[in-house]
Ligand binder design. Structure first.
Ligand code: NI
Length: 227
C-alpha cells in the first residue's frame, strides 16, 4: 500500500532545507548503487556521512518522530539516516527493487528494508518528468508530490524515477524496518488506528466502544510485532 504523509515540512522549512542542500557537494549516485542498479541509475547524491546530510537527516527523523500519521502507518523499529538525491535534466533511475538489507553508514548496524520513503523537496512546477512510479497490487502508481510531502511504499515494490526533462528534482530518500514485517498486517493496523481516531473525534476517547476498539488495536500489535 502506498501512503502519503502531507505537510511533513512547511514551505518555509523546505526553503531552508533546500538552501543548505543547494550549496552542498553532490557526488555521482552510481557510487552507492548495487551492481544491477548501477546500470540504470543516473543522478547525484550527497555522500551518506557528510555533515550537511547528517544534520538535515537528523531534522527529518526528529520531525517524523512527532508525526502521528507516519508513526501509525510505518510502526518503525529502526530508520536509516535519510539520504538526499538530485535528478537534473536527462537523469533518471530505471526500474529496480531496493536491496533487502542495508547497513547504517554511521555504525554499520544492519536493517531489513520494509518501507521505502521519498520526501519531496522540489515543487512539482520546478521540474518536468521525474515522477516516482511504484508497481503495487493495483498496477503502476505515479507519485509527484508537493515539496514537504512524503510517500511510503513497500520496499518489495518494483519502482523507478522517470527521466527529468526540465529543471531539477531534489528529494530525501530512506528506508525503515517496521515492527510489523507484513505489508498486509501493517495496512490493517493503520486502517484500524485511523478509524479509531475518527470515532474518538466524534464520540470522545472515553466512549466505551472506542476504548474497547483501542484495546483490540493494542492486542493486535502484541500479536504481530517483533521488537
Ligand atoms: Ni529504489
Amino acid at each position: 500500500m502506498l501512503i502519503t504523509i502531507p505537510d511533513v515540512f512547511s514551505p518555509d522549512e523546505v526553503r531552508a532545507l533546500r538552501a543548505a542542500l543547494d550549496g552542498a557537494d553532490w557526488e555521482d549516485g552510481r557510487q552507492t548503487a548495487g551492481v544491477q542498479s548501477a546500470q540504470t541509475k543516473r543522478n547525484h547524491q550527497l555522500p551518506a556521512t557528510c555533515d550537511v546530510g547528517r544534520d538535515l537527516g537528523q531534522s527529518i527523523l526528529e520531525r517524523l518522530s512527532q508525526t502521528p500519521l507516519f508513526l501509525s502507518a510505518a510502526l518503525p523499529l529502526r530508520i536509516l539516516p535519510p539520504m538526499f538525491n538530485r535528478y537534473e535534466t536527462g537523469e533518471a533511475f530505471g526500474v529496480h527493487v531496493d536491496n533487502a538489507i542495508r547497513s547504517n553508514p554511521f555504525n554499520g548496524e544492519p536493517l531489513r528494508t520494509d518501507l521505502s520513503m521519498t520526501l519531496f523537496l522540489s515543487e512539482p512546477d520546478e521540474y518536468d518528468g521525474g515522477e516516482l512510479i511504484v508497481e503495487d497490487h493495483y498496477g503502476p502508481q505515479t507519485v509527484k508530490l508537493p515539496a514537504g510531502h512524503m510517500v511510503l511504499y513497500p520496499s518489495t515494490s518494483l519502482h523507478e524515477v522517470r527521466p527529468v526533462t526540465r529543471g531539477a528534482r531534489v528529494s530525501s530518500f530512506f528506508w525503515l524496518q517496521s515492527m510489523v514485517r507484513s505489508d498486509m498486517q501493517r495496512s490493517i493496523l493503520f486502517d484500524l488506528d485511523q478509524t479509531i481516531q475518527t470515532l474518538a473525534d466524534g464520540l470522545g476517547a472515553d466512549n466505551d466502544h472506542v476504548r474497547r476498539l483501542t484495546g483490540i488495536y493494542h492486542n493486535m500489535i502484541r500479536q504481530w510485532t517483533e521488537v
